[in-house]
Ligand binder design. Sequence first.
Ligand code: NAD
Ligand code: UGA
Length: 332
Amino acid sequence: MPQHEQPPTNAAPRRALVTGSAGFIGSHLAHALVQAGTTVIGVDRRDPSTDPTAAANLAALRGRPGYHHITADLLHCAIDPLLIDADAVFHLAGIPGVRPSWGPQFGDYLASNVLATHRVLEASTRIGVPRLVVASSSSVYGPTDGDASLETDRPNPASPYAVTKLAEEQLCLAYAERPVGPSVVALRYFTVYGPRQRADMFTHRALYAALTGQPLRLYGDGHQRRDFTYIDDVVAATIAAAVVPTAHGPINVGGGSNASLLDVINIANSLTGREIQLHQDHARNGDVLLTRADPGRAGEVLGWQPRVDLHSGLRAHMQALAAPVPDYSRAA
Ligand code: NAD
Ligand code: UGA
């Protein structure tokens, strides 16, 4: 074993497949797993040698002996060989984002979020992978009345994206009911933020506006609220989901930092000492006014609770945004 690799512990799987590993959450997860001693096969259709975002996301993993990257599309590639001897598959590949899902890209959402998931489930069943952790979404709840959302609440997705995430999650849970195939933990992530967050997301855009002085487009009045969840907390919940002995139903991964967009703007202003210039725009279809997680089940099943408060998380996110983009070709 190379000296800098940690010995495997039962707090993380010994070997795992991470789908969507060139993405925001997948790259953080893959890195944390490698740090914990897991041998990780990462698969993503974005090629880090040609896609700058994938390259930046994977820079810290390049050359690490515990990490093996495959550029492939889960809709077409042979998945079975990627799963041999895996203790777990973390299925994070998908097309995220509420707003573009109303457009012509919907077919891509359906294909990557539902059809590719079906292929991952079939392959996992054939190979006998014991556990599948799937990235579901707070968006499956849709508009809420202000109370924290419980996993037992009736889903009411308000956008085409949310419909595909509900279908994806339920497909995985249906497979889990069969006597063969992996046990499944479906994690409903709530608005994840932190270093390398997708550039279409609000927190990234607000911090970028505060750092550069460029205007920020605000959809609606800014009073919409989210349970902003820091990336390290999301990764911790995701790894825990792979090793807990029993798994059943969906689990909320959120809570602890419920805030409005205006609250985020105020923190960004105070971190930079610069006032963000706002361009008010109309509210977007399918954009809910509030998300709020009941974190009870995550505590009971995963022993998880969010640890990073919004102010500290935004400070870390901003520091990462201000740092130079890592060069993939030179990363060790
Ligand atoms: P991301 O776009 O940064 O990462 C997703 C990755 O999946 C991308 O690198 C993409 O290339 C890859 N991918 C998509 N389709 C693929 C395919 N057919 N084959 C291979 N690779 C494919 O997004 P993210 O923010 O890291 O989100 C990861 C997952 O978490 C998604 O499933 C998303 O729906 C879910 N989620 C994210 C959030 C959030 O706040 N970021 C919240 C809830 C749920
Ligand atoms: C986020 C992710 O983008 C989804 O992929 C994920 O599934 C979802 O979280 C989830 O929790 O499940 P969202 O909460 O809409 O979705 O996060 P953002 O895309 O960052 O948007 C947050 C709010 O900021 C929305 O009200 C949006 O309209 C607003 N916004 C976004 C702006 O006002 N301006 C922008 O430039 C971007």
